[in-house]
Design a protein around this ligand. Structure first.
Ligand SMILES: CC(C)(COP(=O)(O)OP(=O)(O)OC[C@H]1O[C@@H](n2cnc3c(N)ncnc32)[C@H](O)[C@@H]1OP(=O)(O)O)[C@@H](O)C(=O)NCCC(=O)NCCS
Length: 152
């Protein structure tokens, strides 16, 4: 898995990080295979209050990119995260030049929230994209017609 990750995004994933994801979020890791060979995998996580989910990593072997696997990885992780009843939003960090990631995230309703300079160290800026799952209830407090207030 590390070899595949290094092929698609050098020096981003390491064994320590991946091991922790398996220990912490085993049900939030998905793989794609072709003829028994691993061609991609992705990981998600969730905060300790179970309100904020994170898409942590995804990669697809270059020969198989552009075939919709990246989007399926997003769907699989969102479906798994939605099982947490208190989930309010899902966030993900992306570099601004990563057009495939941004297109796939946008297609699933993620919106740019902010950009943080040096997020992963000097020069490693990242934008945070967010999918909000809150459905605010704007029902009027009072039954219609509203009680009249006499302004005299
Ligand atoms: C990001 C990544 C996982 C997307 O996987 P994928 O299987 O290629 O994604 P999809 O086929 O679902 O395509 C997603 C979108 O990106 C577009 N896309 C795919 N490859 C592209 C390319 N080389 N250039 C421009 N757009 C591209 C697709 O057209 C699609 O957009 P659309 O629906 O608007 O047409 C894959 O490109 C990858 O492994 N990149 C390197 C690792 C990485 O950057 N990971 C993300 C950060 S952790």
């Amino acid at each position: 898995m590390i070899q595949l990750a290094d092929l698609t995004l050098p020096d981003r994933m390491n064994q320590h990080e991946l091991k922790k994801y398996f220990e912490l979020f085993p049900d939030l890791i998905f793989k794609a295979t072709h003829q028994g060979q691993l061609i991609g995998f992705c990981c998600a996580g969730i905060d300790m209050y179970h309100t904020t989910g994170w898409l942590l990593f995804s990669n697809v072997h270059s020969e198989f990119q552009g075939k919709g696997i990246g989007k399926r990885f997003i769907e699989a992780r969102l479906e798994a995260l939605r099982k947490f009843e208190r989930l309010q939003s899902v966030q993900v960090t992306v570099s601004d030049g990563n057009i495939p990631s941004i297109r796939a995230l946008s297609a699933h309703g993620f919106r740019h929230r902010n950009t943080e300079a040096d997020y992963y160290g000097t020069g490693k800026h990242r934008s945070i994209y967010e999918l909000s799952l809150c459905s605010w209830d704007f029902q009027p407090r009072f039954a219609y017609p509203m009680p009249l207030v006499d302004m005299k």
